[in-house]
Design a protein around this ligand. Structure first.
Ligand code: F3S
Length: 764
């Protein structure tokens, strides 16, 4: 038995590039490097005038450069533009997505790590877009050689095996404190590798068909070899050797993304035709080949649909048998019957032994030993003709009638196609109103007979497929969708995005941990798509990405509005030994302890408390590092500024002896405001030393002799209060007068009265 992988042959990116070259072949094309990793295709193109060069400078005037699916670094585009050479850019969209991502990282100043094979053209292109801070790794040693990084972005070569990606990411987390993983393995590759593994596991022998220089074919070979030791890598049918290779039991055939259909078909036919191989059923061959072709035609996204196509092909062949049976007079069926009759006649002329065997194995699909290739091809061609219309097929036709219930389309088939009202559009209930008789419309065949002999069609399904492709293209992008959360389930919530079942993991619902997911039920939220399950047409979405983006935008706007020297109001969020963090509208600014008050502060809690709203001055803004320095004391009056208002000549005040010098004692009236009691004003009698009368820390009553706020000097006298005329009751009265100065001065760090300020005066 032969199993042909459904995901065999050209992938979406390769198919796109080959088609573009075919379409523009008359334009003097030059490919930068081989268009695909298949020498047969490249030589065939060369024979048709498509040159292959290694450098942009090898391109001549009048030629058009084709950029292959691997992509190129930006410098190549610049050089081509400078030389005035037109380009056909066939960089695979999956590769382009990596370029965009690494460019984003580069703009953000982040290093980029690429997991892939150094020197591979795709990697060369990615490095170009990632800039100088790009590192390519493929082994543990490569990772060890990397410098330690605070933050980095890691991407993968599109053909990297999933397991390798996981291993490398695990190692890279030890190198970068914050590692953003962008798993850029192409889904076509992933599906191809998954299927190859599956086939290798159940096969006795595997043939991997594809170019020897093709990285993805090489990886398929290594993968299959791991699960089936009888695995052979052949570039084409010429390398197939029945003598050297062991073919028993189940034979699996897989092919790389650069392997043309014709080559796969050649190998498949050869295996079937060979005596040593058990031929598979004719219908199966047709289904397999068709499925593989569908996979090629419908791009990488259609990988999951290929399996459906295989199923549909089987269904269609059943349906066709049903439908075609009454019309056995058609040319095709007659031809088939004639062939059968001929075969039967030929078989009856065989020797007895062979005849017995032939009659046992004789089926209309059995390949003839004498002319195997021709018969096989005839069979396939014949089958394709019979299945001219099948379920799931897309057809185009012109509208011939529009009624309230349906739209009738001429699809060039023996009967018209009918699109019922509810199959007209995925979203637009009034889609019919936009249609006119004569319009061309594309629809999918739902059934060959709607019960009234018409072909039942659906436009809705086409839209759904197109929509699905669009949805997949939007995975990993900023495209925002609105959805209503349906239900909280284990690990997240479910919803529908554009009609597709979608799962939002709990970790992607909010910026913080959410205990009870039920609170989201019924809520309308915005999401972006982060993954797509192609087989089941399901999506994985994230609300967190939207919240993060909003937060970033809000922050960016905020930062633009912060200007040094402006006043700002904020709420004290957190106190630390070195200051307070203040929320100034979604951003935390630092209010350093030294900027809390003019006097020395032991702890920020002496001045502010958590939750308190305060007005501050913006001292500095660093938009790059997202730091903002705030000042509180700067908006408070300096203690000396209030001195003229608070202290007057003749006032009697209390103070504390804070410093004793040979010529007197400094008395603190309030933090940062000190006055001097000259030695001659300490007491009524002559003093040799101030210490004989006063001690540090003494609380004393003094009379203000002079206030000079400009020079920050206050002269005090204790002696004046010790005079006989002094009456304690009067002094008390004087203190009472100061009560109206209930302004609370913010403390200052140090006294502004300098010892030097007093020397000249005394010497004079
Ligand atoms: Fe593109 Fe994937 Fe093919 S990246 S070139 S579709 S293998």
């Amino acid at each position: 038995m032969v199993i042909l992988a459904k995901h065999a042959g050209f992938c979406f990116g390769v198919r796109r590039a080959v088609d573009a070259v075919e379409k523009n072949i008359s334009q003097n094309l030059v490919t930068l490097g081989p268009l695909i990793h298949n020498r047969h295709v490249v030589s065939s193109l060369e024979a048709r005038g498509v040159r292959c060069v290694q450098s942009v400078d090898d391109i001549q005037k009048g030629e058009t450069a084709v950029i292959r699916s691997h992509g190129m670094p930006p410098e190549a585009y610049e050089r081509l533009a400078a030389l005035g050479i037109p380009i056909i850019d066939e960089t695979c969209p999956f590769v382009k997505r990596i370029h965009d991502r690494v460019l984003e990282a580069r703009d953000a100043g982040l290093p980029v790590i690429i997991v892939g094979e150094i020197g591979h053209p795709e990697i060369v292109g990615i490095i170009g877009w990632a800039g100088e801070d790009a590192h390519v790794v493929y082994s543990e040693e490569d990772v060890s050689a990397l410098p330690d990084m605070d933050e980095a972005v890691v991407v993968a070569q599109t053909t990297l095996p999933e397991k390798k990606w996981e291993e490398m990411c695990a190692l890279l987390h030890g190198k970068a404190a914050h590692l953003t993983e962008f798993c850029s393995i192409c889904s076509a590759t992933r599906e191809r590798q998954d299927e190859a593994k599956e086939i290798a596991e159940k096969s006795d022998c595997v043939l991997v068909v594809g170019g020897k220089t093709s990285s993805n074919t090489q990886k398929l070979f290594e993968l299959c070899k791991r699960y089936c030791k009888n695995t052979y890598h052949i570039e084409d049918i010429n390398e197939l050797s029945l003598e050297k290779m062991r073919f028993d039991g189940i034979i699996g055939i897989v092919a790389g993304a650069s392997t043309p259909d014709t080559m796969i078909r050649e190998v498949l036919n050869y295996m079937i035709e060979n005596e040593k191989v058990l031929p598979i059923e004719g219908e199966e061959i047709a289904s397999e080949v068709e499925a593989a072709n569908d996979a090629v035609d419908e791009s990488a996204e259609a990988a999951s649909e290929a399996s459906a196509a295989a199923e549909d092909a089987t269904e269609a062949s059943e349906e066709t048998t049903e439908t075609a049976a009454p019309e056995a007079s058609t040319d095709e069926v007659t031809e088939a019957s004639e062939t059968e009759a001929d075969n039967a006649t030929e078989t009856s002329e065989e020797p007895e032994e062979a005849s017995a065997q032939a009659s046992e194995e004789q089926t209309p699909t059995e390949p003839e030993k004498q002319e195997p290739i021709t018969e096989q091809d005839e069979f396939l061609e014949g089958l394709e003709k019979v299945i001219s219309l099948k379920k799931g097929q897309l057809v185009k036709g012109n509208i011939v009638q529009i009624t309230d219930e349906d739209v009738c389309v001429n699809i060039g088939y023996k009967s018209d196609g009918i699109i019922p009202k509810n199959e007209l559009s995925l979203t637009d209930e009034n889609a019919k109103d936009a249609l006119t008789v004569g319009d061309e419309i594309e629809a999918e065949v739902i059934s060959l007979n709607d019960g009234e002999g018409n072909v039942l069609l659906s436009r809705r399904r086409v839209e759904k497929k197109q929509n699905w492709i669009k949805m997949q293209e939007n995975v990993g992008t900023d495209k925002v969708y609105s959805c209503v959360v349906k239900k909280a389930v284990k690990g997240g919530v479910t919803t529908k995005v554009d009609g597709y079942s979608t799962f939002i993991p709990a970790s992607h619902l909010s910026l913080k941990y959410i205990e009870d997911l039920k609170q989201f039920e019924g809520q309308e939220i915005e999401v972006t798509l982060i993954d797509a399950d192609k087989r089941q047409e399901r999506l994985v979405a994230s609300h967190k990405t939207v919240l993060l983006k909003e937060k970033k935008e809000k922050e960016a706007e905020l930062w633009n509005n912060f200007n040094k020297g402006e006043h700002i109001t904020g709420t004290v969020k957190r106190l630390t030994d070195f200051g307070a963090f203040v929320d100034v509208g979604g951003v935390d600014g630092l209010l350093h302890i030294s900027d809390l008050a003019w006097s020395r502060v032991k702890h920020p809690s002496d001045i502010v408390s958590e939750g308190q709203e305060i007005e501050m001055l913006i001292l500095n803004v660093d938009t790059e590092k997202k730091k903002i320095a705030l000042g509180y004391k700067q908006l408070q009056p300096k203690p000396w500024d209030l001195v003229p208002e608070k202290y007057h000549e003749g006032d009697v005040v209390m103070g504390k002896v804070v410093r004793i010098v040979p010529f007197g004692a400094f008395v603190q009236l309030e933090p940062t405001v000190d006055g001097l009691v000259h030695i001659s004003q300490v007491t009524t009698h002559r003093l040799e030393r101030v210490e004989d009368e006063l001690r540090l820390g003494d609380e004393i009553e003094v009379k203000i002799l002079e206030v000079n706020a400009d020079k920050r000097k206050i002269s005090l006298s204790r002696k004046a209060l010790l005079a006989p005329e002094d009456k304690p009751a009067e002094r008390k009265e004087k203190f009472a007068r100061d009560d109206h100065y209930n302004y609370e001065l913010p403390p200052v760090q140090e006294s502004t009265v300098s010892l030097a300020d007093f020397f000249p005066k005394d010497e004079e």
